[in-house]
Design a binder for this molecule. Structure first.
Ligand code: ZN
Length: 227
C-alpha cells in the first residue's frame, strides 16, 4: 500500500492575539501527486493571559466535492464572515465586546446580530444567541436544520449549547477563544459525542486574524480609557 500521508513537523503560526502550534498533513494520491492538506491547530498561546490551551481544530483548505462541506461553501465562508465582522464592528462602536454572528441558509443571510449584553442589559445577549433567536423567528421554526452559524469568536458554553438546541448544520467561527471557547479550545460542547446533535461540520480560524484584531483593539482602547 502506498504511503498516502506525509506529516511534516509542527510549526508556529502567529496572529496578533496569540500563537498557534499547527501541524499540516499532506495527503497524496496513489500516483504521488498532492491531494489535499489538512491543518490541525494543536495548541493556542494567548498573548494577553499567557495561557496555552490545547485545541483540536481542523482546517481543510482543499476539499473534495464528496466531502461534507463543498468547495463552494468553503469559498463563501469568508464572504459571510465579513458580514459577521461588520456586526462586530457595530458592537465595538456601541461599546460592547465586538462579536458578530449571522445565520445563513441556502446561501442567503437569514439573520444577523451583535453582542448587546451592556445595552439591554442582558448577560445572555451574546451575538450567537440573538442571531439564532431571530433566525428561528424569521423561518418560523425551532429547528434550524440546513443553516450555518457564522461567528467572529468561538462560541462560549452558553452559545454552543444554544447551537446544539437549534440543530444548525454547521458552525464557522473566526478567532479561537482561550477563555470560554466551547468548540474545542477550552470545552467541547459543540462536537461532543455526548450531546444529542451532530454538526455536519465545525470550522474554526476563518479570517481569525481580523476577528481577533478587533477584540484586541477593543480591549486596548478600554485599557486606555481606564474603564
Ligand atoms: Zn456566547
Amino acid at each position: 500500500m502506498p504511503d498516502s500521508r506525509r506529516k511534516p513537523p509542527v510549526r508556529r503560526f502567529s496572529t496578533e492575539q496569540g500563537e498557534y502550534l499547527v501541524q499540516d498533513e499532506v495527503f497524496l494520491r496513489d500516483d504521488g501527486s498532492k491531494d489535499k492538506t489538512v491543518t490541525t491547530a494543536l495548541t493556542f498561546r494567548d498573548f494577553l493571559s499567557g495561557r496555552t490551551v490545547p485545541l483540536r481544530l481542523r482546517r481543510i483548505p482543499e476539499q473534495r466535492a464528496t466531502e461534507t462541506v463543498s468547495a463552494e461553501e468553503r469559498r463563501l465562508d469568508s464572504v459571510f464572515m465579513k458580514e459577521a465582522l461588520l456586526l462586530a464592528r457595530e458592537a465595538f462602536e456601541n461599546n460592547e465586546v465586538p462579536v458578530g454572528a449571522v445565520v445563513v441558509k441556502d446561501g442567503k443571510v437569514v439573520s444577523g446580530a451583535r453582542n448587546r449584553v451592556m445595552e439591554l442589559p442582558d448577560p445572555t445577549a451574546h451575538a450567537e444567541v440573538l442571531a439564532v433567536r431571530d433566525a428561528a423567528r424569521a423561518l418560523r421554526t425551532m429547528r434550524l436544520t440546513g443553516c450555518t452559524l457564522y461567528t467572529t469568536l468561538e462560541p462560549c458554553y452558553m452559545c454552543a449549547g444554544a447551537l446544539v438546541h437549534s440543530r444548525v448544520d454547521r458552525i464557522v467561527f473566526g478567532a479561537a477563544d482561550p477563555r470560554t471557547g466551547s468548540c474545542g479550545s477550552v470545552f467541547t460542547i459543540a462536537g461532543s459525542p455526548l450531546v444529542n446533535h451532530r454538526f455536519r461540520d465545525i470550522t474554526g480560524g476563518v479570517m481569525a486574524e481580523e476577528c481577533g484584531r478587533i477584540l484586541q483593539e477593543f480591549f486596548e482602547s478600554r485599557r486606555k480609557d481606564g474603564s
